[in-house]
Ligand binder design. Structure first.
Ligand code: UDP
Length: 463
């Protein structure tokens, strides 16, 4: 068997997918895996997070579509759009290379579901196509129902009109819940611009996402980075009615239960030894993922709140934005805070001193927090962040959204106080612990996620 895997090389999609592929490669050792991804993304996942791969995985680079000597504008979406223009040609070429190198035809195609064109490639090769949905399943549903959502809400919200109503987005309507099967817990405001474009502009990225709903429904098997136990029932029923094999294999980037650290674990960032010196459940861990840069004004408010409240904090903050911190902040907070350019996040969240995670609500961050039973303070920024924050704060009730949607000194201080000191915080913590237990049970032998993974291995190796 020779399984080809197509990765979407942005955000943390490729990292999540290679983690799944590693688990599959260990479970199906006779199967050869070819992992196709851009060189930049391959370099970043294999230098930072993964040092060695099972022998039955080979990686291949696909062209990223960036013209030679291209000058970037600074907008992160530019890279995505250049890459999209290069598809599917780049993947087809790398696929030919993989067949030539291994001497084996492809028997199954696993792909990040964002790359919906992969369905046609599998069809043309007459092989099974198994898309993997990396974000939360609620967001898949927003793509399946994009047309219905636009028809329902675009006009009533004034989207798609010219100047007269362009700025008049109806705030009250934005706060209405969605009348879409399985999505009644979400608000219109939670929808990313790719689903409901606020300025009526389609982009190559929104077009790509727009095709997902139709294409993915042609798949017989769909893999989800999620647990059956965490769905609202109507969403699970609706998705099951569309896919004969809906495989909720659990959080694919994580080992459940999280491995306990051997005493010899290298602590190159110093985060873990610093956490060792703090009291249990007192530290606020702060990180906004790999893409988001928070505005300078909000960074100042956040920093002032941390300084004044004297909350112990560990802040993962890239070097290039540190000059946005208030003058002298780092020196004045050395006794109760630590700022690092990169933190071993899963280990930080697993540490007993960590009391709360201040996050942008990227799916991986939310999953890692749940897996370690850590409550969240949510400041969503882009893509599916708002939708994830809604689930965290209002549906699972395992965190708090920041007051007014942006960091202010008083809002940050209030949220920290509530989660770390108050009864409400204690209740939030016990709910996230309960969800962690559900997830652990589903990942144990005989649990739903374990069963779904076994089915995936069977589907993938079916001749
Ligand atoms: N991450 C990390 N250390 C850091 C910052 C981020 O290990 O200092 C990891 C984090 O554990 C998560 C990923 O980067 O797995 C961020 O993914 P997420 O989906 O939360 O956000 P994105 O970067 O895609 O916006």
């Amino acid at each position: 068997m020779h399984v080809a895997v197509f990765a979407f090389p942005f955000g943390c999609h490729a990292l999540a997918l290679i983690n799944l592929v590693q688990k599959l490669a260990r479970a199906a050792q006779e199967t050869q895996f070819s992992f196709l991804n851009t060189e930049k993304s391959n370099n970043s996942i294999f230098s930072a997070s993964i040092t060695s791969l099972p022998d039955n995985i080979k990686t291949y680079n696909v062209a990223d579509g960036v013209p030679q000597s291209h000058v970037f504008s600074g907008d992160p979406i530019e890279r995505v759009e250049l890459f999209i223009k290069e598809t599917p040609k780049n993947f087809k070429m790398a696929l030919e290379t993989a067949v030539a190198v291994t001497g084996q035809e492809i028997s199954c195609l696993i792909a990040d579901a964002f790359l919906s064109f992969s369905g046609s490639i599998a069809e043309s090769l007459s092989i099974p196509w198994i898309p993997v949905w990396i974000p939360v399943p609620h967001s898949l549903s927003t793509h399946i129902y994009t047309d219905m959502i636009r028809q329902h809400y675009a006009n009533s919200l004034g989207y798609g009109c010219s100047n007269s109503c362009g700025d008049g987005h109806d705030v009250e309507l934005e706060e209405k819940t969605l009348e879409i099967p399985g999505l009644s817990e979400l608000h219109i405001a939670d929808l990313p611009v790719e689903v409901l474009p606020r300025d009526a502009q389609e982009t190559p990225f929104s077009c790509l996402l727009g095709q997902i709903g139709n294409m993915v429904q042609k798949a017989d098997t769909l893999v989800l980075n999620f647990y059956q136990e965490l769905y609202p029932e109507p969403l699970l029923i609706d998705l099951k009615s569309k896919f004969s094999n809906l495989l909720n294999v659990g959080f694919i980037s994580l080992s459940m239960p999280p491995p306990s650290l051997p005493p010899s674990t290298e602590d190159t960032t110093g985060c873990l030894s610093w956490l060792d010196s703090q009291k249990s459940k007192t530290v606020a861990y702060i990180s906004f993922g790999t893409v988001v840069n928070i505005p300078r004004s909000e960074m100042e408010e956040l920093a002032e709140a941390l300084e004044e409240s004297r909350t112990p904090f560990l802040w993962s903050l890239r070097e290039n934005v540190r000059d946005c911190l208030p003058n002298g902040f780092l020196e004045r907070t050395t006794m109760h805070g630590k700022v690092v350019p990169w933190a071993p996040q899963t280990q930080v969240l697993a540490h007993s001193s960590t009391g709360v995670f201040m996050t942008h609500c990227g799916a991986n961050s939310v999953y890692e927090s749940i897996a370690n039973g850590v409550p969240m303070i949510c400041r969503p920024f882009f893509a599916d962040n708002k939708l994830n924050a809604r689930l965290v704060a209002d549906v699972w009730r395992i965190g708090e959204r920041i007051d007014g949607g942006v960091f202010t000194k008083t809002g940050v201080a209030r949220s920290l106080d509530l989660i770390l000191q108050h009864e409400q915080g204690r209740r939030i913590r016990s709910r996230v612990q309960a969800i962690k237990e559900l997830v652990l049970k589903a990942s144990a032998p005989g649990g739903h996620a374990t069963q779904a993974f076994k089915t995936l291995v069977e589907k993938m190796t079916l001749v």
